[in-house]
Structures are given as C-alpha cells and as structure tokens.
Write a protein that binds this ligand. Structure first.
Ligand code: FAD
Ligand code: NAD
Length: 469
C-alpha cells in the first residue's frame, strides 16, 4: 500500500537547511511535506555535529577553566569525570533540541515523512520508509547535507573513527591520532585532550586551520603545543591494525617514520550527499565536487527544484544552510529574495576560540588589494588581563583607499561571539572611523576590535602608533 501526499513544497532532508526552509514556507502559507530518513529532525548539526560537539567542548572548557583557577589561588583538584553522565548530558541536550524542532514542525502543520526520498519525475518524489509514500509537489527543496570523507588506506577497524564515532564518546584512548587539522580535528582534539588523551595531529598543509591567517591561529597553537604533537606538511601513508594498536606510517619532514595509536580520528573534510536522489531523472548535473549548481535564488537548472546547505557551493556551515533555506522558500512564495551575504563567519570553538569573517590577510594579498591591518594583542586589554585571557589577538583588515572593513580575525576567549561586530560592520560597509567612533564599553574584550580601527586611524592610546615607513 503506497500513501500519497499532494503539497506545494516537498523538502528533502530535515537538517538546519531543510527544517528552516520547511518552517519558513509554512509560515508563508504554503503546504509543506518534510522528508527525513532519520527518526529525528535536526540533521548532522543537531544530532552528530554542532550541538554534541559544542556540548562536549563546553565540558572540556570547564575542565580547562578549573585548572586555570589555580593561577589565581583557586584550586578545585583533579576533576573526576563520570563518562556515563557526560554522555547522557550530551544525549539529553540533543533530544531537547530535536523534540523542540519536531514540536515546531507539528505546530506549523507540516506533514512529516520518515524515509529515504528519491525523485521519480519533476513533480514526484518516492519515499522508501516504514510505509512507502508518493509525494506530488509543485516545488522541491533538496537539503540532503554531507558525510565525512574516509581514507581508503584506513583499515576497517572500530578504532578508526569519523566525527560521529568521536562524538559517541565510547572510550577515551590513551593516544589519539587526528588526521586533518581543520575545525573538526582541532575541536575533537580539544575534547579528548581535556578528557585525558595524548593527542597527535597530522595536517597536510603548513598550518592547522589553513583557511584562517597563521597569526590568528597562533594563540591556539601556543596554548596546545605543549600538550599536542602537531605534524604539519605531513601525510599518513599507511595504517596497520593489530590487537593492541593501530600503527600509522607518516611522510613529513618532522614526522616520525611510524607511531602506534589507540584510536585514529579521520577528519579530512566532508562530501555532499548527492548520490541516489534521482537527480539524473531531473537532468540535474553535478559540478566537479559533486555539488548541485544553483543561482543566487537557490534554484537549480530545473526551475521548480531548489537546493541548499552542504550540497551547494560555499562553506559547509549550519548558519549558511539556514539562510539559504529561508531564501529558497521565500522565492517559491513569490518574494524577491536572494542569497548574497557580504560575508559568512567561521568559528572554531577551541580554547581559545578562533573566528574569522570576510577577507583574510592572505586572501587580500592574493587579490593584490591595497589594505591596512590593525592588529591588537590581548595583552593590552584590561578585561583580558583581569580574566587571565591575554593569549589572544584581534586583527582587522581595511581598504587603504576608503577605510572600509574588508575582513577580521579574532583568536581568544569568546572570539565566536566577538566576531559578530565585524560581521555587522561588513554587512553595513563600516569604515575604520565608524568603528573607532563607536563607543565600546570598558573593560570588554570587544574593545579590542575598536582598537584595531583606532590603530589604523592613528588614535590608539593603549599601544604606540605604528612606525611611519
Ligand atoms: P545536514 O545537517 O547534513 O542534514 C541533511 C539531512 O538530510 C540529514 O538529516 C540526512 O539524514 C537527510 N537526508 C539525506 N539524504 C536523504 C534522503 N535521500 N532522504 C531523506 N533524508 C535525507 N556547522 C556550524 O555552523 N557550526 C558548528 O559548530 C558545526 N559543528 C560541526 C561539527 C561536526 C562534528 C560536523 C560533522 C559538522 C559541523 N558543522 C558545524 C557543519 C554543519 O553540521 C553542517 O554544515 C549543517 O548540518 C548542514 O546542514 P544541511 O541542512 O545542509 O545538512
Ligand atoms: P576541513 O576541510 O575544515 O579540514 C580538513 C583538514 O584536513 C584540512 O586542513 C586539510 O588540509 C586536511 N587534510 C585533508 N586531507 C588530508 C590528509 N590526507 N592528511 C592530512 N591532512 C589532510 O574539514 P573538517 O574539519 O573535516 O570539517 C568538515 C566541515 O564541517 C567543514 O566544512 C567545516 O566548516 C564544518 N565544521 C564546522 C565547524 C564549526 O563551524 N565550528 C565544526 C566542525 C565542522
């Protein structure tokens, strides 16, 4: 028996992109069916991504802060970690959020179908699940997300992890190798280091978090370099599993020939979920990265089919997916919407955090732009001194001709919150003098952003002005 549903919009995938698109469409008066193959909504972000990782990173930060207290004469002693309760706390956080999303979907009268959806024509989607369903739609939004890239040289062994395995928190390995020094690698290293693992990170490029400027990543490297072995410009050439450990062979100037590890986390990026969706039936061709090409209205080459989130070009981030989801539904509802943000912030929730937005200094150089940078070490910040958080830096990049902000990078406590002043300034076309004239409360870490502009404007008091060349 096949159920049949007839709607204005079918949304395929219930992650942050998909459920946002579905909710916005319902709020605009359209009938919506949301198809998700898992039994909860929220996608990677809520179930096995942003939320569990931030929950565990919060626990790691708590352990770090407690240690830090000793410098001020406040000692808590060695933390006792109840892994079952920590895991339960993480699961509970996820379940509170997924229940909330499910309730919001119900309140909006969105039809939910559980199962894997596949297009059978330009107006029909077939879902194979508990009961098979045929959905007849006027418009479709594809939001099927992404999955971890695996390494073909990795043996099939439960001690070889992807990010989902690492977040499951099944065991704390004595020695953990993280392959890939990107955001996932650094965040998971932070969690397992706080829980007691000895960490090695292997990164193919010449710095960890290569997308950010090296000087912005430096405070994080300074903070972890005594605890982690970081092997940059290094590749893993082979892995062998035996009953005791995984032996890993390296190729890199400063790397050992081989080393034994209790677990290996592979965090070398993610690929879009664009296979087995029936895209060939729709005549949608993928680009070289396997992404679905879309215009700024999130529309594919098929006018009634839209695509959003990790399966389309750009950063694989939840906040990008949600904004694109809103645009797709608004366009379908007849609104004049488009996705062209000036900049999208990236945040690594490490300790200290790293956040950047707009152009990095290396990108400004590559583009041959005339620019000035204002760079402020947090040693000059009274608030950073009070909080023992002087291991930080705030940098902003301004156009030399107009003084307009081009980009910013922050490393330090709460960098992920602080970056939003730069986001708003970029969106509004703010100039160094606008930022310098904005009265910032004292003592705050946010002042360091104003200081970058004051440096460029020549009005900075707490640091000497840059020497004239
Ligand atoms: P997804 O969240 O991947 O959702 C896609 C959904 O589609 C899934 O639920 C999947 O089951 C479903 N689906 C797939 N195929 C089908 C099908 N055929 N039929 C039905 N359903 C289907 N981003 C941030 O911005 N901040 C962070 O802190 C952050 N932390 C992260 C931590 C980790 C460990 C990981 C792995 C990712 C993290 N990300 C973070 C990235 C973020 O999770 C993704 O960018 C975001 O989830 C993408 O949203 P999406 O809606 O495009 O896809
Ligand atoms: P990534 O692309 O950010 O980092 C992967 C890193 O692995 C890169 O630095 C790359 O140079 C390196 N690498 C690739 N192949 C390698 C190899 N064979 N050996 C050694 N190093 C290798 O990918 P990720 O960290 O896996 O994250 C995936 C996606 O999830 C990213 O798009 C990221 O933005 C998103 N994410 C975001 C957050 C956040 O916003 N806080 C957190 C986690 C994940």
């Amino acid at each position: 028996m096949v159920d049949a549903i007839n709607v204005d919009i079918v949304v395929l995938g219930g992650g942050p992109g998909g459920y946002t698109a579905a909710f916005r469409a319902a709020d605009l008066g359209l009938s919506v069916c949301l198809v998700e193959k898992q039994d909860t909504l929220g996608g990677v972000c809520v179930n096995v991504g942003c939320i569990p990782s931030k929950t565990l990173l919060h626990a790691a930060a708590l352990i770090e802060h407690a240690k830090h207290g000793e410098k001020m004469g406040i000692a808590f002693g060695t933390p006792s970690i109840d892994m079952d309760r920590l895991r339960a706390h993480k699961e509970n956080t996820i379940s509170e959020l997924t229940k909330g999303i499910a309730n919001l979907a119900k309140a909006r009268k969105i039809t939910r179908v559980q199962g894997a959806g596949q297009f059978t024509s330009h107006n029909t989607l077939s879902v194979v699940g508990e009961s098979d369903t045929q959905i007849l739609f006027k418009h479709a939004i594809i939001a099927t997300g992404s999955h971890s890239i695996s390494l073909p040289i990795a043996p099939n062994d439960p001690r070889i992890w992807d990010s989902t395995d690492a977040l499951a928190l099944r065991s704390i390995p004595n020695k953990l190798l993280v392959i890939g020094g990107g955001i996932i690698g650094l965040e998971m290293a932070q969690v397992y280091s706080a829980l007691g693992s000895q960490i090695t990170i292997v990164e193919a490029q010449d710095q960890v978090i290569p997308a950010a400027d090296k000087d912005i990543v430096q405070p994080l490297v300074k903070s972890v370099k005594k605890r982690y072995q970081i092997l940059t410009k290094t590749l893993v050439t082979a892995m062998e599993a035996d009953s005791d450990a995984i032996t890993v062979f390296f190729d890199g100037k400063n790397a050992p020939e081989s080393e034994r590890f209790d677990a290996v986390l592979v965090a070398v990026g993610r690929r879009p979920n664009t296979a087995n969706l029936g895209l060939d039936i729709l005549n949608i061709e993928l680009d070289k990265q396997g992404l679905i090409p879309v215009n700024e209205r999130m529309q594919t080459s098929v006018p009634n089919v839209f695509a959003i989130g990790d399966i389309v070009k750009g950063l694989m981030l939840a906040h990008k997916a949600t904004h694109e989801g809103k645009v797709a539904s608004e366009v379908i509802a007849g609104m004049d919407s488009a996705f062209h943000p000036v900049a999208i912030p990236s945040v690594a929730y490490t300790s200290p955090e790293i956040a950047w937005v707009g152009l990095t200094e290396k990108e400004a150089k590559q583009q041959g732009l005339a620019f000035q940078t204002g760079k402020v070490p947090w040693l000059v910040s009274g608030r950073a001194q009070s909080a023992g958080a002087t291991n930080g830096v705030t940098k902003a990049i301004f156009c030399s001709d107009t003084g307009t902000l081009l980009g910013a990078g922050i490393c330090g406590e709460n960098a992920g919150e602080l970056i939003h002043e730069a986001c708003a300034m970029l969106e509004l076309g703010g100039r160094a003098k606008d930022i310098a004239h904005t009265v910032h409360a004292h003592p705050t870490l946010a002042e360091t952003f104003a200081f970058t502009a004051e440096l460029v404007e020549g009005s900075m008091i707490d640091m000497l002005p840059p020497r004239k060349k």
